[in-house]
Design a protein around this ligand. Structure first.
Ligand SMILES: [Zn+2]
Ligand SMILES: [Zn+2]
Length: 219
């Protein structure tokens, strides 16, 4: 199993990257992305540190760790430039903190993240059908999440993505040890959002493809 959206204490997570990684490994995961909250003030500090950590930890075998970032509460107009800057700084996976209904994320964030071809649009809230179609066209993965609050709109996201055949991924958005979902129960989140077990298998394959691309892409 793979999780492509987690937080360490480089933002508001509780664990250093090494413990976050070890806890996911102990839970049976084979890969994860560390995607701390970033904005204009901190991406140049966080991303190089996470890149260095991943290069080091990935030499030891076992779980693979992908350096990422979650661009969070960015004014929509600034999103494209920050997506590019994050990639230049070494982020292999750029997540954008989408328009969850439990936070005042700026309207237009989902649209800009999709137009900027971010890798994953996290918790996109009440995303529109048109945006879902654009996400599919731009190969932006839409997220179902096990995180409380953000998960309130999983059913809506699942329904529109299924209708459009847009790609989905399932992530924990883990900030603390208790957020690491048992692998044996992950399918319940997908089925609970109204999708089938087959859809769950497709989501696993989507995550595998993303990891493959991240691990083989050049600096
Ligand atoms: Zn987020
Ligand atoms: Zn997050």
């Amino acid at each position: 199993m793979i999780d492509l959206h987690t937080h360490s204490l480089f933002s508001d997570g509780e664990l250093v990257p090494a413990e976050l990684t070890r806890r996911f490994e102990a839970a049976g995961y084979r890969a994860l992305a560390i995607t701390d909250h970033g904005d204009q003030s901190n991406i140049d500090l966080i991303i190089p540190r996470i890149v260095a950590f991943c290069e080091e930890i990935n030499r030891h075998g076992g779980i693979k760790v992908i350096p990422g970032i979650e661009l969070t509460h960015i004014p929509p107009d600034a999103i494209p430039a920050l997506v590019n800057r994050s990639r230049k700084l070494g982020a292999k996976l750029v997540v954008v903190h989408g328009e969850t209904i439990v936070e005042p994320v700026a309207p237009g964030t989902n649209r800009m993240a999709i137009d900027a071809s971010a890798d994953i649009l996290a918790h996109p809230g009440l995303i529109t059908e048109e945006e879902v179609l654009s996400a599919k066209a731009n190969a932006v993965f839409l997220e179902l999440t096990s995180r409380k609050g953000h998960s309130l709109t999983n059913g809506h996201v699942a329904r529109l993505a299924q209708k459009a055949k847009a790609p989905l991924v399932l992530n924990s958005d883990a900030h603390a040890p208790g957020d690491i979902w048992p692998i044996a129960r992950l399918h319940e989140i997908v089925v609970g959002a109204g999708l089938t077990e087959d859809a769950y298998q497709t989501m696993i394959k989507n995550a595998e493809q993303i990891v493959e691309r991240c691990l083989t892409s050049r600096k």
